[in-house]
Design a protein around this ligand. Structure first.
Ligand code: NAD
Length: 373
């Protein structure tokens, strides 16, 4: 994809489509969404939900007063405490932020809660959701076993229709799913080996590292690749992972083994991905976009808030099919590729859109309109 083609690609997303009429015809009212944990992922999911024609934010939570509450106030999202503990709720009293109550108060007025708490708090939070009898979505920091169900828009939207609990898979798994599913769907099986080169910390995080080392994950294979099998069990995949001192993006080096007689060429794989939702294919050399730094600059030019890039970026000149082995690199904006997936997941669980491609189209159009793209 050239820069001009990329601009047109974004333009296409703006164009009105019949999906807008489609959703209105079968949605009785808007889905009331609560966000528990208004951090990196929570604030992004909240705005993406706020953008949708068929959803509304009824409240977001914070543990106590902090600068993040200011964004909730600015957006008009009602603020609640992550806990029902009176002492925690009272910490808001001497602040400039109006807290309407504890998490239980919020769960009472919502149809569904998106849990965006730090990873591993799931076993504690799930009890609150079960107690309130509310549908709930966790993020990739939780284990699949917590809900027994996981979600990726392109892999298993239909399996998540009307379920009560699920987990949107991690940013890495979402990235693998986007480019591997179109290949997998051709044959119903695929063998993959990959190495995840992971960012050390998010840009807003001062507590993680490394800052001057390359740190391999010494659990082999790493959990990242096999996590894809929670949404696409037919893909046999293993992974290695290393963390590197960068805050911008993960890069995946992937080798997919295609079946004998696959009939594909390097060019036809590239064409396939160019037609795949939420995947961008660009020539690195031709566009001088040869590293994650330039990709993030492109994302900032694009104009989504926080410089987000919801799409998975594939370097066209980094794709090569040799015999049955397909080699490629892709880059993942870790803070944002899962955001539109959470929106599609809400539609699946509420049973308001059965077709994943229609949901993706509605979600992406609404987000782009929200940010005037
Ligand atoms: P974060 O630390 O940026 O935000 C978490 C928020 O939850 C904070 O505002 C925190 O105050 C709040 N919180 C603390 N205790 C809570 C509780 N008991 N209940 C509810 N909220 C509580 O974390 P994050 O990066 O947004 O990650 C959230 C989830 O999303 C994790 O499961 C993570 O693994 C996953 N995830 C993160 C990324 C990423 O790159 N940041 C990408 C994909 C998925």
């Amino acid at each position: 994809m050239t820069l001009a083609e990329f601009a047109r690609f974004i333009g296409v997303l703006q164009a009105p489509s019949d999906h807008w009429q489609g959703i209105g015809s079968h949605v009785m009212g808007t889905t009331k969404v609560a966000i528990n944990g208004f951090g990196t992922i929570g604030k992004r999911v909240a705005e993406a939900v706020d953008a949708q024609p068929d959803m509304e934010i009824v409240g977001v939570t914070k543990t106590g007063p902090s600068f993040g509450c200011g964004l909730a106030a600015k957006k008009g999202f009602p603020l609640y405490c992550t806990s029902d503990d009176e002492e925690m709720i009272s910490t808001f009293e001497n602040s400039e932020y109006d807290c309407r109550g504890g998490i239980s108060n919020l769960l009472m007025i919502a149809d569904i809660v998106v849990d965006c708490a730090p990873g591993k708090l799931g076993p504690e939070n799930i009890e609150k959701y079960r107690g309130a009898g509310i549908k709930h979505i966790f993020q990739g920091g939780e284990k699949h076993s917590l809900t027994g169900m996981s979600y990726s828009s392109c892999a298993n939207h239909s399996q998540n229709l009307n379920v009560d609990a699920t987990r949107v898979v991690s940013c890495n798994t979402t990235g693998l799913s986007r480019t591997l599913m179109p290949l997998f769907e051709r044959w119903g099986s695929l063998n993959v080996e990959c190495t995840m080169i992971r960012r050390a910390a998010d840009p807003g995080d001062s507590t993680k590292g490394p800052i001057n080392a390359i740190k391999p994950v010494l659990k082999v294979p790493s959990h990242h690749g096999p996590d894809l099998m929670t949404v696409a069990p037919g893909i046999a995949i293993n992974s290695l992972a290393v963390a590197v001192p960068t805050t911008i993006m993960h890069v995946h080096a992937i080798i997919a083994e295609l079946p004998e007689g696959h009939g594909l060429s390097t060019e036809s794989v590239i064409e396939l991905w160019k037609k795949t939702p939420r995947v961008i294919v660009m020539h690195g050399g031709g566009n001088r976009i040869t590293s994650t730094a330039e990709i993030m600059e492109l994302a900032r030019d694009l104009g989504r808030k926080w410089g987000d890039l919801h799409e998975i970026f594939v370097w066209q000149d980094g794709v090569k099919l040799v015999g049955n082995k397909l080699y490629y690199f892709q880059a993942i904006h870790q803070e944002s590729d899962v955001i539109p997936e959470n929106v599609d997941c809400i539609r699946a669980m509420m049973g308001t859109e059965e077709d994943w491609k229609k949901s993706v189209s509605i979600t992406d159009e609404a987000i782009n309109k929200y940010y005037s793209l």
